[in-house]
Write a protein that binds this ligand. Structure first.
Ligand code: IPD
Ligand code: CA
Ligand code: CA
Ligand code: CA
Length: 262
């Protein structure tokens, strides 16, 4: 039942993203000039919430543009109506809708849908992860030195635990390929299906990672903070890998570059 609603909501959002993409839509700024919100973000969010409300009028909702709609329910929907809004606003088809479902504080379902590549990533706690219905697994790469990595940067530079520029330098100095797609949810899903071997970012919000983090775990990967503690979507730092390169990438992210073995 929850899954049916989740799929219906992602489908409704996907249609809106396709309808608005490359068209004329309103764009405005939030915390900084480059922290954008478009008419499509708002329409997507309204459509997702309407679908959830048809079946679950009392569920708790946390969604990027409207914030929290608090209730006493033990089920919380964590929604990013467009992840990759800057890409969307520039006509770059690397964006998606991301919806996670939390029950009693634990993520139990997650869906990320990029309608422009027609890719639907789905995970259910304990039941694995799929891409368009087919099971997916993280990569088998064993060394960080031969990995393909992805990262992202905050809109505001005061958001920094470890300095993002320094961390990037540690990785780049090793000559490791690093990509920046502009959608944390897609970054996570691409770790889950083995396109990337690892991802790190310094300052995410719950809606960026709620679904993607479950998708990585259910695909056999590992997700922690920069200290190696199990990840929760309510913390900012994220390190998600295929598991094999986790401690080596964790060392790099923490600037421990001496004596690295792989
Ligand atoms: C952003 C994207 C981006 C990440 C930012 C997020 P938004 O989300 O996920 O990849 O680097 O930190 O805020 O604003 O496009 O939903
Ligand atoms: Ca945003
Ligand atoms: Ca986001
Ligand atoms: Ca967003």
């Amino acid at each position: 039942m929850l899954k049916t609603t989740l799929l219906k909501a992602t489908e409704a959002s996907g249609k809106i993203l396709q309808q608005y993409f490359n068209g004329a839509f309103e764009v405005s700024s939030k915390s900084t000039v480059n922290d954008l919100v478009t008419e499509a973000d708002k329409k997507s969010e309204a459509a997702i919430i309407a679908v959830i409300r048809e079946t679950y009028p009392d569920h708790f909702i946390l969604s990027e543009e409207v914030g929290e709609i608090k209730t006493d329910s033990n089920i919380k929907w964590i929604i990013d109506p467009i992840d990759g809004t800057v890409n969307f606003a520039n006509g770059i088809p690397l964006c998606c809708v991301s919806i996670g479902v939390e029950q009693d504080g634990e993520m139990i379902l997650g869906a990320v849908y990029n309608p422009f590549m027609n890719e639907l990533f789905l995970a259910e706690k304990g039941k694995g992860a799929t891409l368009n219905g087919k099971p997916i697994q993280v990569s088998r790469k064993e060394t960080v030195g031969t990995s393909c990595l992805v990262t992202g940067f905050p809109y505001k530079w005061e958001h920094r635990a470890n300095d993002p520029m320094e961390v990037l330098q540690y990785v780049l100095r090793e000559g490791i390929p690093v990509r920046r797609l502009g959608s944390a949810a897609i970054d996570l899903c691409w770790v889950a299906c083995g396109r990337f071997d690892g991802f790190w970012e310094h300052h995410l919000q719950a809606w960026d990672s709620a679904a993607g983090f479950l998708i990585v775990e259910e695909a056999g990967g590992k997700v922690t903070d920069f200290s190696g503690n199990r990840y929760s979507p309510y913390q900012k730092e994220i390190l998600a890998t295929n598991g094999h390169i986790h401690s080596a990438l964790q060392d790099l992210v923490n600037g421990k570059t001496d004596g690295r073995k792989n």
